[in-house]
Design a protein. Structure first.
Length: 79
């Protein structure tokens, strides 16, 4: 069956985008000293982990180098 819808005035629709609540949210609590220290330590731990992975990871990813000077023993020459 057909539903009957009531017309909505255009002024109401235009105001709906600009609607603001008059209820303010509660103020944020300031972080305590222990929270600031713990967040700082966590951040430093993460930075140290990234730096360590770069320090140990980059040399491991380099292609192997051929030795510049090879030593030959007299026994391996077969004279």
């Amino acid at each position: 069956m057909f539903r009957r819808r009531e017309a909505v005035p255009f002024a109401f629709v235009a105001e709906a985008d600009r609607f603001r609540s008059n209820v303010a949210p509660p103020p944020r609590q300031r972080a305590g000293a222990s929270q600031v220290v713990s967040r700082t330590l966590i951040g430093l731990t993460l930075v140290a982990g990234f730096a360590g992975s770069l320090l140990f990871g980059l040399p491991a990813m380099e292609p192997p180098r051929a030795p510049a000077h090879t030593q030959h023993s007299e026994a391996s020459q077969g004279r």
